[in-house]
Write a protein that binds this ligand. Structure first.
Ligand code: CP
Ligand code: NVA
Length: 309
């Protein structure tokens, strides 16, 4: 299938630049409509969505559920104890049964293979709501936020400070589609997946830097971005990581090194006083709440695209 006609939303790099930009434009339009109080655009009327969560969530759960409802549909929350995908029942069975009740499936899982299997066996679109490997809806919302605050992603410098995790992988995959300057500053041994870095570099579209020097990395940044040091599923490593990640906290000094034009972004939830100080997250140039809000608008547009609107 053409990149604009894929059934599922699993990785940003599955799509071409035109499709990603089209989805983001639709997000801007539908956001304006919803913010105006308009409630007559109901493309999802008569449609249902199953939402599978193997991990906790606030933003993903509420933004998908509210967003799908505001556009006329009904979303069903299935928590970690409900489906137990792969444990109570095989993923391929879950995929085929849910496809018979629902028009679309959203899932947040541990192993990335689980979402690939789910998509393979589902006859309806599957949206990736985070895996251990990536978090594409987050980065779509982030880019929407950058467009709103800076005008466009193209040509900007985005500097991520912290663990080379799922969020970083989605930034790298975005960098293989839209040209910008992406820098990931992480402690030695916590670099992002090599194959993904290679894929982004091979695309030859963006400037990609992986470094262990946060202070140098942030110079001239348009965006300084941070995420938790221990992701879901790694919480038992949290104490060890706090030691290793010393020097990677985004604080007032680091933001000063970045320069006056730098916005601060964080996908949230944040551990204040750990990866970011309270001062930075509460500063006027912190755009973490517009960023969180945009999860809903970006995802609405992703679902509209997948459902053929
Ligand atoms: N940013 C994000 O995905 O938040 P939740 O884990 O609360 O969904
Ligand atoms: N990297 C974090 C993102 C949370 C939205 C995690 O996977 O827990």
């Amino acid at each position: 299938r053409a990149k604009s006609e894929l059934k599922d939303f699993l990785h940003i790099s599955d799509f071409d630049k035109a499709t990603i930009l089209k989805i983001l434009e639709q997000a801007v339009e539908v956001k304006a409509l919803l913010k105006s109080g308009e409630r007559t655009y109901l493309p999802f009327k008569g449609k249902t969505m199953a939402m599978i969560f193997a991990k906790p969530s606030m933003r993903t759960r509420v933004s998908f559920e509210s967003g799908f409802f505001l556009l006329g549909g009904h979303a069903i929350y299935l928590g970690p104890d409900d489906i137990q995908m792969g444990k109570r029942e095989e993923t391929r069975d879950v995929a085929r049964v849910l496809s018979r009740y629902n028009d679309i499936i959203m899932a947040r899982v541990f192993a990335h293979q689980d979402i690939l299997d789910l998509a393979k066996h589902a006859s309806v679109p599957v949206v990736n709501g985070l895996t251990d490997y990536n978090h594409p809806c987050q980065i779509m919302a982030d880019v929407l936020t950058i467009i709103e605050h800076i005008g466009q992603l193209e040509g900007t410098k985005v500097v991520y400070i912290g663990d080379g995790n799922n969020v970083v992988h989605s930034w790298l995959l975005m960098a293989s589609v839209i040209p910008f300057h992406f820098v990931c500053a992480c402690p030695k041994g916590f670099e992002p997946d090599e194959k993904t870095v290679e894929k982004a570099r091979q695309a030859g579209i963006s400037k990609i830097e992986i470094t262990n020097d946060p202070k140098e990395a942030v110079r001239g940044a348009d965006v300084v971005y941070s995420d938790v040091w221990a992701s879901m599923g790694q919480k038992e490593e949290a104490a060890h990581r706090r030691k290793v990640f010393q020097g990677f906290q985004v604080d007032g000094n680091l933001m000063k090194s970045a320069g006056s034009k730098a916005y601060f972004m964080h996908c949230l939830p944040a551990e204040r006083g750990v990866e970011v100080t309270d001062e930075v997250i509460e500063a006027p140039n912190s755009i973490v709440f517009p960023q969180a809000e945009n999860r809903m608008h970006a995802q609405n547009a992703i679902m509209l695209h997948l459902l053929g609107y």
